[in-house]
Design a protein around this ligand. Structure first.
Ligand code: IMP
Length: 180
C-alpha cells in the first residue's frame, strides 16, 4: 500500500467486478444502437473509461472533454470552464458521459446541459463513484459504480493535486497529507 494511504475503500478486484457489471448493463441497454459515443471527462475518468469500454460489446467511439470546476484544493469553486471540447460533432449520436466521481453535481449538470444542446440522439451518464451527500444540484445518473460517504478519495484516475492517479485502487489519504 502507498505510504500516504490511510485505507483502501475499493480494491482492484472490487473495481474490476463492478466494471464488468456496468459493462453488461450498458451493452444490454444499447444493444439496438449502432454505436455509442463515450465521452470521457479528463483527466479523472481516463482509467475508468479505458476499463469500462473493454467490457462493452456495442461498438464504441471515443471522445473527451476537459472541464475545470476545482482549484487545487479539495473544495468546489462552483465555476465550470471548458478546457477542451469534443473533437467531433455528436449530433444524432448516442452519447454516454463517463465521469470518475459526482460530488456537488455542478460539473455534470453543466456537461449535461451543454451536450443536450447539441441535438444528440440520447444522453446518459456513467460514473464510477457517487457522493450524494454533497450534492448541490440534482443530476440524473444512469449508471453508478459505488455510492460513497463524504470522504475525499484518490486513485484509479482520481487525484489530489495531480498525484495518486495511478494507484490501482480507490483510497482515502492520511489526514496529514491533505494538510501539507
Ligand atoms: P462536482 O462538480 O463537485 O460534482 O465535482 C466533480 C469533479 O470533482 C470530479 O470529476 C473530480 O475531478 C473532482 N472530485 C470530487 N470529489 C473528489 C474526490 O473525492 N477525489 C478526487 N476528485 C474529486
Amino acid at each position: 500500500m502507498h505510504p500516504d494511504v490511510k485505507e483502501i475503500m475499493f480494491s482492484e478486484s472490487e473495481i474490476k467486478n463492478k466494471i464488468k457489471e456496468l459493462g453488461e448493463r450498458i451493452s444490454n441497454d444499447y444493444k439496438e444502437c449502432e454505436s455509442i459515443t463515450v465521452v470521457g471527462i479528463l483527466k479523472g475518468a481516463v482509467i475508468f473509461m479505458s476499463d469500462l469500454v473493454r467490457s462493452i460489446s456495442v461498438p464504441v467511439f471515443f471522445d473527451f472533454m476537459a472541464v475545470s470546476s476545482y482549484s487545487s484544493s479539495t473544495e468546489s469553486s462552483g465555476v465550470v470552464r471548458i478546457l477542451k471540447d469534443l473533437d467531433k460533432n455528436v449530433e444524432s449520436k448516442h452519447v454516454l458521459i463517463v465521469e470518475d466521481i459526482v460530488d456537488t453535481g455542478l460539473t455534470l449538470n453543466y456537461l449535461i446541459n451543454n451536450l443536450r444542446n447539441r441535438n444528440v440522439a440520447s444522453l446518459k451518464v456513467c460514473t464510477l463513484l457517487d457522493k450524494p451527500s454533497r450534492r448541490k444540484v440534482d443530476v440524473r445518473i444512469d449508471y453508478n459504480g459505488f455510492e460513497i460517504p463524504d470522504e475525499f478519495v484518490v486513485g484509479y484516475g482520481l487525484d489530489f493535486n495531480e498525484c495518486y492517479r495511478n494507484l490501482p485502487y480507490i483510497a482515502v489519504l492520511k489526514p496529514e497529507v491533505y494538510r501539507k
